[in-house]
Design a protein around this ligand. Structure first.
Ligand code: NAP
Length: 253
C-alpha cells in the first residue's frame, strides 16, 4: 500500500500503459484521477479499477491535454474537489509513422503537442497542487520512450519529442527539487497496447521486434506500470532527474 491516502492524476489513463498504471496505483491505496479525451474509455477503465479495489477509488476528467483551456479546467476541477495532489503521471502520447519527406508541418506540430507540449501544460497548471504544505512523497513521472534514446524508422517527430521530454524531465527535477517534488521519466521499449496493436497484427513486424529485443518478446503494460509506480513512490526517494529504460534489453542488442 505504497500510495495509501495519496491522490494521483494520470493522463492517457483510458487504455494501455496509463490504465495499467492507474490500476497498480489504486491497488496500492491511491485515489486515481483518470484523464483522457474519450469519456467512454475513462468510464470503463474507472469501473474496472473500482471493482478490483472494492471501493470507489477513481475519478475521471475528460480533457485534451494539448489544449490549455482543457488543462485549466482540469486544474479548476482539482482545486474545487481535492485542493491538492501527490502524484502526477504524464502518460498521454502517441505517434503516426512517416518519414521526414512525408511528414507535414501539421503532423510534426501535432506529435510535439501530444508528447511534449502537453507535459509542459499539465505540469505548469497542476504543480500548484503538489504543494509544500502536504509534505511527504510528491512526485511526477513522465512517460518518454526508447525512441527518445535511439533512432526508430519513420518516427523523426516522435523521437525528437520524446528526447525533448527526457531533458524537460531533468529541467523540472532541478527546478522542483527545492520544493520537495521529484521528477523522473520512464522510457518503455515495445509494449503491447492499442497504440502498437496495428503493428503487432503484422507477424513479420512482431518477429522483427522480438529479434531486436534481448528478452525476445514484446512488453506488457503491467511491466511498465510497475516501474512507473516505483518511480512515483517513496521507495525512489533519492531518485530525481533520472530516466528509467524498460525496454526488454533492446538497447543492448
Ligand atoms: P495508448 O493505449 O494509445 O494510450 C495513450 C492514451 O493517451 C490513450 O488512452 C488516449 O486516449 C490518450 N491521449 C492521446 N492523446 C491525448 C490528448 N491529446 N489528451 C488526452 N489524452 C490523450 O498507448 P500506450 O502505448 O499506452 O501509450 C502510453 C504512453 O507510452 C505514450 O506516451 C506513448 O508514447 C508511450 N510509449 C508507448 C510505447 C508502446 O510500445 N506502447 C513505447 C514507448 C512509449 P484518448 O484518445 O481517449 O484521449
Amino acid at each position: 500500500m505504497r500510495f495509501e491516502g495519496q491522490i494521483a492524476v494520470i493522463t492517457g489513463a483510458g487504455s494501455g500503459i496509463g490504465e495499467a498504471t492507474a490500476q497498480r496505483m489504486a491497488k496500492e491505496g491511491a485515489r486515481v484521477i483518470l484523464v483522457g479525451r474519450t469519456k467512454e474509455k475513462l468510464v470503463q477503465a474507472a469501473s474496472a479499477i473500482d471493482t478490483r479495489c472494492e471501493r470507489k477509488c477513481t475519478d475521471i476528467f475528460s480533457a485534451d491535454v494539448t489544449k490549455e483551456e482543457d488543462v485549466k479546467e482540469l486544474a479548476e476541477f482539482i482545486k474545487e474537489k481535492y485542493g491538492q495532489i501527490h502524484l502526477l503521471i504524464n502518460n498521454a502520447g502517441g505517434s503516426v509513422n512517416s518519414t521526414i519527406k512525408e511528414t507535414t508541418l501539421e503532423q510534426w506540430k501535432h506529435v510535439q503537442d501530444v508528447n511534449l507540449t502537453s507535459v509542459f501544460l499539465v505540469t505548469k497548471h497542476l504543480i500548484p497542487f503538489l504543494t509544500e504544505e502536504i509534505g511527504g512523497n510528491r512526485s511526477i513521472v513522465n512517460i518518454a520512450s526508447l525512441s527518445g534514446h535511439k533512432a526508430g524508422a519513420q518516427i523523426p517527430h516522435y523521437s525528437a519529442a520524446k528526447a525533448g521530454l527526457i531533458n524537460f524531465t531533468k529541467a523540472m527535477a532541478f527546478e522542483l527539487a527545492p520544493h520537495g517534488v521529484r521528477v523522473n521519466s520512464v522510457s518503455p521499449g515495445f509494449v503491447e497496447t492499442p497504440l502498437t496493436q496495428p503493428g503487432l497484427e503484422n507477424e513479420r513486424f512482431t518477429k522483427a521486434i522480438e529479434q531486436n529485443t534481448a528478452l525476445k518478446r514484446v512488453g506488457k503494460p503491467d511491466e511498465i506500470a510497475n516501474v512507473i509506480a516505483f518511480a512515483a513512490s517513496e521507495e525512489a526517494s533519492y531518485m530525481t532527474g533520472s530516466d528509467l529504460l524498460v525496454d526488454g534489453g533492446w538497447l543492448i542488442v
